[in-house]
Design a protein around this ligand. Sequence first.
Ligand code: NAI
Ligand code: AKB
Length: 344
Amino acid sequence: MRTAVLVEPTEFELQDRERPTPGPDDVLVAIRDVGICGSDIHYYEHGRIGDYVVEEPLVLGHESAGEVVEVGENVSGLEAGDRVALEPGVPCRRCGHCKRGEYHLCESVEFMATPPHDGAFAEYVSWPADFAYRLPETVSTVEGALCEPLSVGLHAAQRGNVGTGDTVLVTGAGPIGLTVAEAVRAAGATDVLITDVVPEKLAFARERGVDRAIDVRETDLATAVDEYTDGVGADVVVEASGAEPSIRSTLEGVRRGGTVVLVGLSEEAEVPFDVLEVIDNEIDVHGSFRYANTYPAAIDLLADGVVDVEGMVDFRSSLEDVDDAFDRAMEPTVIKGMISLDDA
Ligand SMILES: NC(=O)C1=CN([C@@H]2O[C@H](COP(=O)(O)OP(=O)(O)OC[C@H]3O[C@@H](n4cnc5c(N)ncnc54)[C@H](O)[C@@H]3O)[C@@H](O)[C@H]2O)C=CC1
Ligand SMILES: CC(=O)[C@H](N)C(=O)O
C-alpha cells in the first residue's frame, strides 16, 4: 500500500508498505481523508515536538476517516462498507484514568503520528474498532477526519463549563480556535469574540458568524472586551493560539469569577501569569488536553448541521503531492489542508 513517510525533517518519501492485517478487535480502514494538523507541520519542519522526537521514519496524519474494508473476528457493530472516523489516541483501558473515563490522560496512550506511532497518511490503517466511529450518510469523510480538531474544541468548551447565554472570548483563529468557537456556540454561548494577528483569519472568523473579531496588533484586548461586555469581561476565555502574549492576556479578557481554559501549547513551558489577579478575581484556570468521549457528540453535531468544519478546508491534495500540500498548509492564511486518497 502507498504511504507518505517523513524520513527526515522536511523530507517525505512515498513508500510501498505491506497492507496491515487487522487483529481480532480491529477494523481495516481504507483511508479517504486526513487533515494536516499544526503538529504534523511541526514534526515536518523540526523533527520534534518537545520530548517527542522523530528518530525513525514516521507516517504523519492523525485527523482521519475512511471506509471499513475488513473487520476482525471479535468486532461487532461495524462491517465492510461502513465509513468511519478514527479517534487517534488509544489508551490502555486498564489504568485509573481509563477507568474514570478520562482516558485521554492515560500515561500509555498510543497516539497516531506521535513518535514512535505511525499515523494515517497511508492507504490503509488497522485500528481498534472501539476507536472507529460510524459516520451517518450525511457526514462526509472530510467531516469525519475533522472530528479530531472539533473534539479538541468540544473538550475545551466542556472544560470551561460553557453554558447558555455565556460570552466567550477565544484567542487565536486557527483551526483550533475556530472549532472552539463552533463548540461554545453549540454549548449555548450567545456571544463569541475571537482574536488573531492575521487579518484574513479574522475576516474568515467574521464570515463564520463570530460576534466580534479583534486584531490584537491594533486593538487593546481589555478595551475591546470591556466595550463589548459593558466592563464586565467574558465569562469564559479559551486560549487557542499558544502565543505567549495571548496566554498572558487571557486575564485581561475574563470577568471576575470567570474561567480561563488553556488549550494553545506555548513554545515555552513557563509563561508569566499574574497569580494575584487569579486569586483576587477568583478565576478558574483549566488546562485542556485533547479530549475523551467526544467523537459521538462531534458526529451528531455534524449530522444535525449544528457545527461546520468542512468550511475550514482550504484545499485537498493527494498523497503523492504531500510535499506541496505541506508547503501550502504552512502559508499563514491557510486554515486547513487535507490529504485525500482515491476510493479504495
Ligand atoms: N491542548 C490540546 O489538546 C491541543 C493544543 N493544540 C494547540 O493549540 C494551538 C492552536 O492550534 P492551531 O489552531 O492548529 O494552530 P495555528 O497555528 O493554526 O493557529 C494559531 C492562531 O493563533 C494566531 N495568533 C498568533 N499570535 C497570536 C496572538 N498574540 N493573539 C491571538 N492570536 C494569535 C495565529 O495567527 C493563528 O491564526 C497550538 O498551540 C496547538 O499546538 C492543538 C491541538 C490540541
Ligand atoms: C498537539 C496536537 O496538535 C495534536 N493534535 C496532539 O493532540 O498531539
